[in-house]
Write a protein that binds this ligand. Structure first.
Ligand code: G3P
Ligand code: CA
Length: 253
């Protein structure tokens, strides 16, 4: 079981594959998620955006330009138009033919019953109706316990809480709040997820959050020296582009 109960004695940080196994496969594709799962990731991290017709699809950017063969803002394209786009050849023309932009439901189907859970970052959906559609996809499949929904936007977390009191929530932060424990309690967070640079400003908050029953997942960390420091700090998860390497590195402990 991936670690989400903070401070489990002796637990190593969970391996969280940022946009899938994004160092070896095109980010946020089913190929990248599959590689992460097979390489020992405890969690697959991905980003959700909303199409013109309200469908949740998986992409980091607001536009399809960087990671597909198409162009345009996701909010101006329909789900059917996005489903046509080729999403692998920008990364490597030879190794990943036929990759598409996944729908949220695709990755939910992919992780169902597998060893990896889903760390779902809500980026595009903002309104209650848009967040409702994301949460409904999770809930209607009975996968609430397989997901932790995170966002930089506290209003998104409030909408998600309104949609499902059971869903675990995480707050993303570039810099620490003045009082991370108070913010966590106010929002009912399962996880408080700072950047590594942000956490360095006050690493003692890991212990404070653990005492409050809140887990800490740190982004986005790809070097072994930092992995070691984060292990010593007792964080609950490390979000990395090098999930396979982190899983292998953890084997020494
Ligand atoms: O999971 C945290 C991390 O993904 C936040 O940054 O820009 O990669 O979505 P970004
Ligand atoms: Ca993200």
């Amino acid at each position: 079981e991936p670690v989400i109960v903070p401070d489990a004695p002796g637990a190593l940080p969970a391996v969280i594959a940022h946009r899938g196994d994004s160092a070896t496969a095109p980010e946020n594709t089913l190929a990248a998620f599959e590689s992460a799962i097979r390489n020992g990731a405890d969690w697959v991290e991905t980003d959700v955006q909303t199409t013109r017709d309200g469908a949740p699809v998986l992409m980091h950017d607001n536009t399809v330009d960087r990671t597909t063969a198409g162009t345009g803002d996701i909010s101006t394209l329909t789900a059917a138009q996005i489903a046509q786009l080729e999403a692998g050849s920008w990364f490597s023309a030879a190794a990943y033919p036929g990759q598409k932009v996944p729908a949220l439901t695709d990755v939910l189907d992919q992780v169902r019953g597998r060893a990896s859970k889903l760390l779902l970052e809500v980026k595009g959906p903002e309104t209650q109706a848009e967040v409702d559609r994301v949460v409904a996809a999770i809930k209607s499949r009975g996968q609430t316990s397989e997901v932790l929904l995170q966002s930089f936007d506290v209003n998104v977390l409030r909408h998600a809480r309104a949609a499902d009191p059971e869903l675990r929530l995480g707050l993303l932060r570039s810099a620490l709040d003045a009082d991370p424990v108070a913010v966590s309690k106010e929002l009912g967070l399962a996880a408080y997820n700072p950047s590594w640079d942000g956490l360095k400003a006050d690493p003692g908050v890991v212990e404070e959050l653990h005492e409050a029953g809140v887990a800490v997942m740190v982004w986005t960390v790809d070097d072994t020296a930092s992995w070691e420091r984060l292990r010593e700090l007792g964080v609950d998860g490390i979000i990395t582009n090098k999930a396979g390497q982190l899983a292998g590195w953890q084997d020494r402990y």
